[in-house]
Design a binder for this molecule. Structure first.
Ligand SMILES: Cc1cc2nc3c(=O)[nH]c(=O)nc-3n(C[C@H](O)[C@H](O)[C@H](O)COP(=O)(O)OP(=O)(O)OC[C@H]3O[C@@H](n4cnc5c(N)ncnc54)[C@H](O)[C@@H]3O)c2cc1C
Length: 404
């Protein structure tokens, strides 16, 4: 996998590597006090990595899915929280660029991202609605004002990276006189009047990710802040594109984190010599077997993740099939990351439970992958449905042949 890196991939990894090491040194403190790692984002900005996925013609680095995944995975090795917040911004930018979305706004947005290292993220989830992916109507509202603009009101939860964002892409119910409600996406600068971040994120996992509440209180917006609108029940135009940026982001974040857990436990197994044993734990057959399981899980994760990214880039004809695979890759890699940290903790014994150690933090962090959308239950049900639907419509299955 790493043997065949291109010159560009090597260049991006060379930028990411020293930053990942620096993030690792800062991670315990930010985890302990739940603070947002602004200095990590200053480093990423200085390295140009906040423009990693912005198009080159707008001054960005123009990374494709494979270049992006490799780079984000490396950064996640240093700090999972930083990587998730970074990945949310970079994947939104990559998706907007590849999907040719919002042509009136996108070029200026990309230039700001590349020039200033501006970050953006979607603010969709709400306490009552939960995830918008199940089709609920947002409680946040955007009402048409007499001057032709909008007034935005509402509260969003779990807005990852909130303290560092320049723009929120806010999902709200659109109310206009004489028209039925629609669901709209609005581009909202973080310094618009009435925008407030409430530091509510005090969670088990990803404590430094700034996944806070954002409140919009009579926020005035210009007419063209509305990026797109649809009637309830219609598919979200961004989700309908079926681009793999979101799945690859979560795969890279949690695989990079699991790799850091693996490195920590291998080092421990090679150096910890209990007195009675008189040699490193790693010489015990059962410890070796558990380490071997970690190696196999990580190999599988990296193969499916980088395989999806590489195929997406190299084989446009294969994209319809790859779109179906992307959510499964998210599920495989996040559950493998959870399993890797479970096994690592079994090997580590009491030291693995100690606060301030990387393993204990990463053990907690990767559990967020189980909650990040799309969740496993939905992905597996969809995959199972596709398999059965295909078999039902296939000529090889008939009503009078139901044998195995
Ligand atoms: C670390 C983290 C970062 C996040 N970052 C962002 C972000 O940046 N922007 C953003 O907009 N959102 C973000 N989210 C929100 C996330 O994408 C989901 O929208 C949110 O977690 C859903 O709310 P809930 O977990 O409270 O689930 P609830 O809605 O309370 O549901 C509980 C559980 O039931 C499942 N469930 C609920 N309804 C259904 C249904 N109809 N069918 C099947 N299963 C269902 C849910 O998936 C969940 O597992 C983030 C979440 C986390 C944990």
């Amino acid at each position: 996998m790493d043997g065949a890196l291109t010159e560009r991939e090597r260049r991006f990894l060379a930028l990411a590597d020293p930053l990942a090491r620096r993030f690792a040194e800062r991670a315990a403190q930010h985890d302990a006090d739940g603070s947002f790692p602004h200095e990590n984002f200053a480093d990423l900005r200085a390295a140009g990595l906040l423009g990693l996925t912005a198009p080159e013609e707008c001054g960005g680095l123009g990374a494709n899915e494979l270049e992006y995944t490799l780079t984000l995975e490396r950064l996640a090795w240093g700090d999972t929280s930083t990587a998730l917040a970074l990945g949310m911004s970079l994947s939104n930018i990559g998706q907007i660029a590849e999907g040719h979305l919002w042509p009136d706004h996108a070029p200026a947005l990309f230039r700001e991202v590349a020039r200033d290292g501006a970050m953006l993220n979607a603010a969709q989830a709400e306490r009552e609605m939960g995830s918008p992916s199940y089709g609920g109507l947002p409680g946040a509202t955007a009402r048409r004002e007499p001057d032709g603009g909008w007034r935005l009101d509402g509260r969003k939860i779990y807005t990852t990276g909130a303290p560092g964002l320049r723009y929120f892409i806010v999902m709200a119910t659109v109310h206009e006189e004489g028209q039925p409600p629609r669901i709209g996406d609005f581009l909202v600068p973080s310094d618009a009047p009435g925008v407030r971040i409430e530091p509510t994120w005090n969670a088990l996992a990803l404590r430094a990710s700034g996944s806070d509440d954002v409140v919009f209180d009579h926020t005035p917006l210009p007419d063209d802040a509305l990026l797109s609108a649809r009637t309830p029940g219609e598919p979200d135009p961004r989700a309908a594109l079926g681009l793999p940026w979101g799945s690859l982001t979560l795969a890279a974040v949690y695989t990079g984190a699991a790799q850091a857990a693996r490195d920590a436990i291998v080092h421990f197994a090679a150096t910890r010599k209990p007195t009675a044993l008189g040699k490193p734990l790693g010489e015990l057959p059962n410890v070796r077997m558990r380490l071997g399981e970690i190696e196999s899980l990580l190999l599988a994760s990296r193969r499916v993740m980088l395989g999806l990214a590489a195929d997406w880039v190299a084989s446009p004809d294969a994209r319809p099939a790859l779109r179906q695979q992307a959510p499964l890759v998210k599920v495989i890699t996040t559950s493998n990351a959870v399993r890797v940290t479970d096994i690592a903790l079994c090997i580590a014994g009491g030291q693995g439970l100690q606060r301030g150690k990387p393993l204990e933090r990463i053990f907690r962090d990767v559990r967020a992958g189980l909650v990040n959308a799309p969740i496993e239950d939905v992905v597996l049900q969809n995959a199972g449905k596709s398999a059965v639907d295909a078999a039902i419509t296939s000529a090889t299955v008939s009503a009078d042949d139901s044998s195995l």
